[in-house]
Every structure is written in structure tokens, then in C-alpha cells.
Design a protein around this ligand. Structure first.
Ligand SMILES: [Zn+2]
Length: 845
């Protein structure tokens, strides 16, 4: 075991401290000069901060590097001014200037200044990631969103590198032999978490949109793949910028739009003004489906919405992180059918976003959308489905009620009023209320300030529909409005006969409609509300039998969601759900929906199905996948989706087939075993058969640049032998590997069918968890807590008891306790669902 090599621990800043500091400090300006030219574990940073203080008093800069010199208003301060996470300053009323020379280590965990060495050519690639509280790992600063400042950045880098930052270069680059100095123009006022730069021998593709310079950046090993998609990305970027300019009524607020794909990025993407960073998984080096392109477009549009909402107008404190993220998520979904060729986003929003939000909302750790973030430590775990997705679903509901034009008018008012400054939820609601001329207090209290999802069912009898609230997280029920559809089964399938809007203020409501004894009654059938829908027994039977005949994709999405909720709630057996998926998914025209249904069918068998039935449940899926592959159009997206399903379900009797596929003997014309599919097949072969080191190494060599090495770690960890698991355990805890590499090991660690092998290691998990935070740092500990939690085990009751013990002692850091509670709830859910599956019989299909 090697302890973490990421230097000093981050500090923590409370909301109260931040409020006091922003009351004291104003007119902040930074000059930051970094030297990245030495091939060292550390980089050097010289920072000058100018600001005005309201009184003669003491304040502090956040910083976790190693200061060599601290000067405040010309006087040098002694080492006692620095306590490890803060530089304490005696300031005077009026203007102050602080100068700090310091060094700090590069990061290997994706936060601060991350350094990646390309194994292909040994070149270093650097990027920053500061949200929520990591700018202070690179330069001393007032690291809080409401002390916006002008930044001037200088970077000295090896000659031949490129440096991308928030603003354009403002001076001639100065080359001094092997070192080159880059200077960037002063930025408009930015929050510290939005400052960013990327450095290394990156390659650029350029374009313009109107007067906005556009660029895409990547490293050499990804350049060809990026070139192939550059036109698509530039066109999307241009259309998106036009769309948002019209919607928000304001020109794009920054001077360029550069999108940089960086290795080992810890997020999907991040919205830095002028320098948006993306995870490299969004450069497609293997064949992908149109769904992958749709999701990439969604991310591009999400980050772009932040340029106005988040970057131009920024939250005052992290309490409003949800508003920032939910808003961008909603804007990206609303933009989809206006900006892209992918059509309306809402069925996929129901399949993915709403489903994961409902799930998170039923965990013991659920919280209101609007949170009281007491300090920056508490923010880290708020990047969750409630913050991004439930918030988006609830804002969508609000936009629907107010009407889109009114909603847009409220947003324009908000953006104009607070441009280049900070604002909070109250300001947003005031702007919307003014535009809509309605009071939003009830909306805010019922939807933003309360956790939990309301469960609703509807049933029809004679010409009456009865709508009932089954479960309500709060004693004062929320006001719900939902459309309810009545469907009749006929020769052409389930046909909508009538729909009524029902308002539910208490627990029950009735309405009359023009349907006599419908076969399917579906609450929220237009998917407009954030609700959990439970089908009555008659309707559920009709859905299981006839789901694919429902014409409306939105109504189908709502039904699929209700059925999956039933699996999670141990009300529908895993085998009945997967039978339903196989029976109906073929008629789903959207390949993204097909893919997510098949992934759910696999999850049903693996996580929620009776253990003893797993081999036969998977063999049903893989046999079905093989038949679909026989029939699929060569080279189609659907062929690829079925091939992936085969790669996640193939059994020991299909080892030969897996080996042939890996040897490029493909029986299905048009199917290419490229990098991505190869790694999927190899991982499965490692579980059900044997994979030699030579084969893994050859595959990694064919996928150079780091990604192949990470996949190789996953395959090695997936192998079902004692020695493979011994190796994987040590690799997970190896501080010499980057977090991305250790996560790759963890993702191979637990495989279905390896329960006997993994069960004896349960105790090791809990022992390692106790010291993970202090030994390896929070980033590793959070990943380890979630990804290595024992799910593939035969001793579930033991795991649940150990978890309860660990939670009861309250010795774990708060964030780990929260993840542990979620994993415990997940395991308990799996145990209950498996028992239900075991007790149920297969419905003839
Ligand atoms: Zn975002």
C-alpha cells in the first residue's frame, strides 16, 4: 500500500465565513504567474491580489500549497501567517495588495492542477478543475463564488506546448529557448471556481461563428477521431450559441468558445468561460450509436447554457448549485429539438433523468432540491441526481405551468438584472413572479424545500377515474396536477380514448371521462409532472402484455418507468420485467431507449433476480441477443446495441463465440469488433472464461494513449481467480496509480457470479474504509466507498450488519457516511427484490 501522493489536504470554508469575507472585501483583482516548465512533481506560482477592505481587520486567503514568500502591503509576513490551508492577513481599510510566491504539487485525482503523462509519447497534459473549492490548490485566492474578480494569467511552459485559458492571449508569446511565456488578457469578473487553463502539446481545430472564434482541442492520439466529428461539433456549437442568444436576449458574454477534451477528466464536462473542458470519452474512437451523439450534444448544450446562467450571473453560495445545474440540464433538453436533429428530448428525459431522480429521492439520504450548504465540504456530494435532474424536472413542471414564453421572459429579466454579479434563488423567483404575475411561494415551499417523490395511482370504473396518492413524503401533501389517460386494448393495440386533467390537493380525487372500463389507466401519461406512477393491477397486466402497441413514446416511457420502479420496490419480479423488455423492446424505434431497456433487463437479472436463476436468466438474454444479431441490419445502431447486450450476458457455454469475435471471426456482416466492443467482450471473457496476460497486453497496445491501459486494468480485475482479486485489491489502494486508473480497477472488481470469491473480502472493505479518507484522500475514499461496496456477495446480512455498525460509530467522515447509507439502502433493496423474484413464478410469455 502506498499513501496518497497528492500533497496537502484541502481546507474547508463555511458559508458564514464566506459571507463575512464578502461583506469586507471588494474590487478584487488577481495576477497569477505559473511556471510549468520544470519536469518536477511541483509547479511554482506567483500571485498578486489587489482588493479593497471595508475596515482595518484580519482576513485570509485560501491556499493549500507551500508559500515561500508572503507580503501584505509591502511588509513580509512570517511563516505563522500560513496555517496549512489559509494565509492570514492584516488588512487596512481601503486598498490592499498581497504578493505570494509558492509551490504546490500536481494532482493525480482530477482536482486542482491535474497532470497526465501520455504513455504513447511521454508528453505531459495538464488541466485544472476547481469546482467547488479547489482553485486554492493552485493559487491563493478568496475561493468563493461571490467574490468575482478580474484575472490576469501568465504561464511559462515548455516551448512547443499550447496553453488555453478563459481569455485570449494579449501579448506576443515570449520564447526563451526551451521555455515560452504566455500572457492572457484580463478576464471579465469571474468566480474563482470558473477560472481554468489547459496546457500541453495539444492540437487545435478552429472555426468561427459570426464574430465568435471557436476551437476544439485534443492531444495527438485523439486528433483523428476529433477531426472526424469536428464539423458536427462546430455546427452544434454555432446553432446552440444562436439559440441561447435569442432565448436569453443577450449576446454571448465571453470572447471565444473553446472546447478542450482532456485526459483523466473527473467530471463529464465543466463550463469554464472560454475554455470548456470535456472528458475524453466524448471523442469517439470506436463506433457509437446515435444515442451517444445525442448525449454528447446534450452535454455541449448544458455547458453552453451555463455561459449565461452560472457564468454571467453566478450563484452567491453553493446553496444554489442546484439552480445552476438544474437550469442548464433543463435548457439542454429544451434546446434538443430546436438545435439538433435528434427530435424532442422528453421521452429520453423520462427514461433517464426522471428515473434516476426518483430513485435518489427515495434513498435515506434524499434532501430538498434547495439545500443549506453549511460549508464547502458539504457541497462535494451535492453533485447528485437531485441537484441536476429532479431540479430540472421540477423547473420543467414550472415552465409548463407558467407557459414557455413567460418562463423565458422571467429568465431574461433575471439575467439582465444580475449580469456580471451574483444572485440567489429568491432573485430568480422574483424575476419569474414579475414576468408571470403569480406568487411562487407555494411552488417553492412544496417543490424546492421538501424532499421525496409523491406516488400516485389511477384506476377507472364505469365512466369514472379515481386518482389516489399512495405515498407522500410530507404530512402536508403537495398540490399535484396530472393528465390521466384512459386506453382501450383493441386489434391495433392500446388506443387512447380520453384524457382528463386531475388536480390532487388531498389524497383522492375523481373525474369523469368518456371511457367505459378502460384496459389501461395511466396517470401522468404526458410525462409532464415529477411523480412516481404505480399502475393498478388491471393496467399493469395490460402494460406487460401490450406495451409496445402504445403509440405515444412519452406514455410508453412513463409505463416503462412505472414497471422499473416496481422491480426496485419488489413488486414486479426481475424475470417478469426482463420478459417484458424482450417482448416489447424490439418495437422501440429509438436506439437510446432500446439500449437503456436492455441495460435494465440485465440489471434486473444481475442485481434484482434470484441468484440461483442468474445463469439461466442471462442465457435467455444472450440467446435473444444472438437471434436479434442474426436479423439486424448490417452496420446498424441496433446491431451494435445487441452486440453490447451479448457482451454483457454471454455465459460459459459461449466462451468459444467470445474468442472468435475477439479474433475478428464475426458471423454478423457489418459488425466490427473495434476498440470499445473488444474491451466489452474481453471483460466478459475474463469473467466466464480465461483471458491471458498476452491478450490483455496486445489489446492495450492496440488502444494506446492511456484509455487502453485503463481498460486493461478493468479486465485484469474482472478475472475470477484468487490471484486476480489479490492483485486488484492491491492496485485499488496503490497511490502511484491515478484516481482514473484506480477507478478502472474498481469497475472490474465485482462481477456477477463471483460472489463466492468476493465474500471473504467483505471485512477487508470495512477495514480499508476506516482509514481511506485520511490515508488516500477524499477523492479516492468517495470512489472506493461507492464502487467497492460489497454487492456481489453471499453474505448480504453480514454486510448490512457491518454497514450499520460502521454508521453507528459515527467515526467515518460525513460524506462517506452518506455514501455508505445509500449503498446499504441499495443492497437492502436488492435483497428484497431477489426474494420477491424467487417467490414468484414465470408468467408464460
Ligand atoms: Zn452543469
Amino acid at each position: 500500500m502506498t499513501a496518497r501522493s497528492d500533497g496537502p489536504r484541502s481546507g474547508n470554508l463555511s458559508k458564514t465565513e464566506a459571507a463575512a469575507r464578502s461583506a469586507l472585501i471588494s474590487e478584487v483583482r488577481y495576477s497569477v504567474a505559473l511556471d510549468l516548465s520544470a519536469d518536477e512533481p511541483d509547479f511554482v506560482c506567483q500571485t498578486t491580489v489587489w482588493f479593497r477592505a471595508g475596515a482595518d481587520t484580519r482576513t485570509f486567503l485560501d491556499y493549500v500549497g507551500r508559500p515561500a514568500l508572503i507580503e501584505c502591503n509591502g511588509a513580509q509576513l512570517g511563516p505563522e501567517a500560513f496555517d496549512g490551508t489559509r494565509i492570514h492577513l492584516p488588512v487596512r481599510a481601503g486598498r490592499n495588495v498581497v504578493h505570494v510566491v509558492a509551490s504546490a504539487p500536481y494532482s493525480r485525482v482530477g482536482t486542482g492542477l491535474h497532470r497526465f503523462i501520455d504513455p504513447l509519447d511521454g508528453a505531459a497534459y495538464l488541466h485544472t478543475k476547481f469546482e467547488p473549492f479547489d482553485a486554492n490548490r493552485v493559487y491563493p485566492c478568496f475561493d468563493q463564488p461571490d467574490l468575482k474578480a478580474v484575472f490576469e494569467l501568465q504561464v511559462t511552459a515548455p516551448t512547443g506546448w499550447q496553453v488555453v485559458a478563459n481569455s485570449a492571449e494579449n501579448a506576443i508569446r515570449q520564447v526563451h529557448g526551451a521555455r515560452t511565456r504566455w500572457s492572457f488578457a484580463p478576464t471579465p469578473p469571474l468566480s474563482t471556481y470558473l477560472t481554468a487553463f489547459v496546457a500541453g502539446p495539444y492540437h487545435r481545430l478552429s472555426a468561427t461563428h459570426g464574430d465568435i472564434p471557436l476551437a476544439l482541442w485534443t492531444r495527438a492520439s485523439y486528433l483523428d477521431a476529433l477531426k472526424a466529428d469536428a464539423e458536427e461539433l462546430f455546427e452544434l456549437t454555432g446553432r446552440g450559441l444562436d439559440h441561447y442568444r435569442r432565448l436569453f436576449g443577450l449576446a454571448y458574454p465571453f470572447d471565444s468558445y473553446q472546447q478542450v477534451f482532456v485526459p483523466e477528466y473527473a467530471f463529464g464536462a465543466m463550463e469554464h468561460p472560454g475554455c470548456v473542458t470535456f472528458n475524453e470519452r466524448f471523442i469517439f474512437r470506436s463506433r457509437v450509436t446515435s444515442e451517444s451523439r445525442r448525449r454528447r450534444a446534450e452535454v455541449v448544450l448544458h455547458e453552453m447554457a451555463h455561459m449565461w446562467f452560472g457564468n454571467l450571473v453566478t450563484m452567491r453560495w453553493w446553496d444554489d448549485l442546484w439552480l445552476n445545474e438544474s437550469f442548464a440540464t433543463l435548457m439542454a433538453a429544451m434546446a434538443q429539438d430546436r438545435v439538433t436533429d435528434f427530435g424532442p428530448a422528453w421521452p429520453s428525459f423520462a427514461h433517464h433523468a426522471e428515473m434516476t431522480a426518483r430513485h435518489a429521492d427515495q434513498l435515506p439520504t434524499s434532501h430538498p432540491i434547495a439545500v443549506d450548504a453549511q460549508d464547502t465540504d458539504a457541497v462535494r456530494l451535492n453533485f447528485d441526481p437531485l441537484t441536476y435532474r429532479k431540479g430540472a424536472a421540477v423547473l420543467r413542471q414550472l415552465a409548463g405551468e407558467l407557459g414557455e414564453p413567460v418562463f423565458a421572459a422571467g429568465i431574461q429579466r433575471y439575467l439582465r438584472r444580475h449580469a456580471w454579479a451574483n444572485a440567489e434563488l429568491g432573485d430568480f423567483l422574483v424575476a419569474l413572479s414579475e414576468a408571470a404575475e403569480v406568487d411562487l411561494a407555494e411552488f417553492s415551499a412544496q417543490w424546492l424545500c421538501r424532499s421525496g417523490v409523491s406516488t400516485v395511482t389511477a384506476a377507472g370504473q364505469a365512466r369514472q377515474v379515481q386518482v389516489s396518492r399512495l405515498a407522500e413524503p410530507h404530512s402536508q401533501p403537495r398540490r399535484l396536477r396530472a393528465r390521466v389517460g384512459g386506453y382501450r386494448d383493441g386489434p391495433t393495440g392500446l388506443q387512447l380514448l380520453d384524457a382528463v386533467r386531475v388536480e390532487l390537493t388531498g389524497f383522492n380525487a375523481q373525474a369523469f371521462w368518456d371511457v367505459l372500463d378502460p384496459d389501461l389507466v395511466l396517470a401522468n401519461d404526458d410525462g409532464a409532472g415529477y411523480l412516481k406512477v404505480r399502475l393498478d393491477p388491471v393496467s399493469r397486466r395490460a402494460a406487460l402484455d401490450r406495451l409496445s402497441t402504445l403509440v405515444d413514446p412519452m406514455a410508453r416511457a412513463v409505463v416503462w418507468g412505472a414497471l422499473w420502479d416496481d422491480v426496485l420496490d419488489a413488486r414486479l419480479s426481475a424475470r417478469e420485467f426482463s420478459t417484458c423488455v424482450l417482448g416489447h423492446c424490439g418495437a422501440e424505434p429509438d436506439v437510446g431507449v432500446l439500449q437503456s431497456l436492455l441495460e435494465r433487463a440485465v440489471r434486473a437479472c444481475v442485481d434484482f433476480g434470484e441468484r440461483a436463476n442468474l445463469p439461466s436468466a442471462l442465457s435467455v438474454l444472450s440467446a435473444h441477443a444472438t437471434r436479434e444479431l442474426d436479423a439486424a441490419a448490417p452496420g446498424s445502431d441496433r446491431q451494435l446495441v445487441w452486440a453490447r447486450t451479448l457482451a454483457s450476458t454471454a455465459g460459459p457455454y459461449q466462451v468459444r463465440l467470445l474468442e472468435e469475435l475477439l479474433d475478428d471471426q464475426v458471423p454478423w456482416p457489418g459488425l466490427v469488433v473495434d476498440r470499445d466492443l473488444r474491451w466489452r467482450l474481453l471483460t466478459r471473457l475474463a469473467v466466464v472464461g480465461e483471458v491471458t496476460d498476452e491478450l490483455i497486453e496486445a489489446s492495450a497496445a492496440a488502444d494506446p494513449g492511456g484509455a487502453g491501459d485503463r481498460h486493461a486494468l478493468t479486465v485484469r480485475a474482472a478475472r475470477g481467480t484468487v490471484s486476480a482479486k489479490d492483485w486488484a485489491w492491491a492496485a485499488m489502494l496503490d497511490g502511484q496509480l491515478s484516481l482514473a486508473e484506480r477507478r478502472a480497477v474498481m469497475s472490474g472488481w465485482q462481477q456477477p457470479g463471483q460472489e463466492e470469491l468476493l465474500s471473504p473480502r467483505t471485512a477487508d472493505y470495512f477495514t480499508a474504509l476506516e482509514s481511506a479518507w485520511s490515508t488516500y484522500g477524499p477523492e479516492f475514499a468517495l470512489s472506493f466507498c461507492r464502487m467497492a461496496y460489497p454487492h456481489a456477495t453471499t453474505v448480504e446480512q453480514n454486510v448490512l450488519a457491518r454497514t450499520d455498525q460502521a454508521l453507528a460509530t459515527r467515526k467515518l467522515p460525513r460524506d462517506l457516511g452518506r455514501i455508505l447509507a445509500e449503498e446499504r439502502a441499495g443492497l437492502a433493496r436488492e435483497v428484497a427484490a431477489r426474494a420477491y423474484d424467487a417467490s414468484s413464478t414465470v408468467v408464460p410469455g
